[in-house]
Design a protein around this ligand. Structure first.
Ligand code: MF3
Ligand code: CO
Length: 262
């Protein structure tokens, strides 16, 4: 395993990639409405990404056919945008996007509700987001990687949720997926020691029901085995001596985080 430590020049490029991706997510989130197709989201996302001088990291990655992964309700991740797939009031939709700016990737995901959603769905989205913050409270130099994993799963499991085990977060930089793997569930080993300059995509995927998932025939779309709802929240973070720097939040999201102590 080789975990890269980014130089200050590389960190600056990753910050720029992250800010662009935060803006892409903000815009997409504001555009979502009932009747829109998941392909509309992908087209808009790709256009936005390119308008910022970036490449969509996911397009053609291992053959993935789109720029934005759009996963609705029981779909966990890697849903493929489609012309006939229309969002409906009450759906929850996870958008996962990656951008590559001057050779450096940023990766982030958000789950949104379409119009009025159930209380169960709202809580799942909020707690999935919170599980990320519980995890990264341990993301600092000198700590061990799996302290993040353990904190995410301890928090999510308090609510009886299923923490997805078949997919993990990852290191990120000049490649979308770098070492190390960042699991979201409790580990027996403590994992590598975190060092300043490491950049990680931390991405809890949490199911309202059991943790089991299956892959659809398209070989991409991951769905919950029991068809329960699933939510996803991901940011690219930088390990520092102190608090981690979250690279894929807008300035207003950062201010909000400080205000709520998230
Ligand atoms: N955030 C996802 C991941 O890290 C996105 C990858 S989608 C793919 O696995 F299309 F690029 F594979
Ligand atoms: Co990722």
């Amino acid at each position: 395993m080789s975990v890269t430590i980014k130089s200050s020049r590389e960190i600056e490029l990753m910050r720029q990639a992250g800010k662009i991706l935060a803006k892409v997510h903000e815009t997409l989130g504001n555009e979502l409405k009932p009747g829109m197709t998941t392909l509309d989201i992908d087209r808009l996302g790709e256009e936005l990404i390119r308008s910022f001088g970036c490449e969509p990291s996911f397009k053609n990655y291992n053959g993935y056919p789109a720029s934005i992964c759009v996963s609705v309700n029981q779909e966990v991740v890697h849903g493929i945008p489609c012309e006939e797939c229309r969002l409906q009031e009450g759906d929850i939709v996870s958008l996962d996007a990656g951008v590559c700016y001057r050779g450096y990737h940023a990766d982030a995901a958000r789950t949104h509700g379409i119009g009025e959603i159930s209380g169960e769905a709202r809580l799942l989205i909020e707690r999935t987001r919170q599980s990320f913050f519980e995890g990264i409270a341990y993301a600092k130099a000198g700590n061990h990687l799996h302290q993040i994993s353990n904190a995410i799963s301890s928090y999510a499991q308090k609510f009886g949720y299923g923490v997805v085990r078949d997919l993990c977060g990852h290191g990120i930089g000049t490649k979308l997926h770098e070492d190390p793997e960042v699991p979201n569930f409790r580990q027996i080993r403590r994992g590598i020691r975190l060092r300043p300059g490491m950049t990680l995509a931390v991405e809890p995927m949490i199911n309202a029901g059991s943790a089991g998932v299956i892959w659809l025939e398209d070989d991409w779309t991951v769905v919950t085995e029991d068809l329960s709802l699933s939510a996803h929240y991901e940011n690219t973070i930088l390990i520092t001596e102190g608090e981690p720097e979250i690279l894929t939040l807008t300035d207003s999201e950062l201010a909000e985080g400080i205000r709520t102590g998230a």
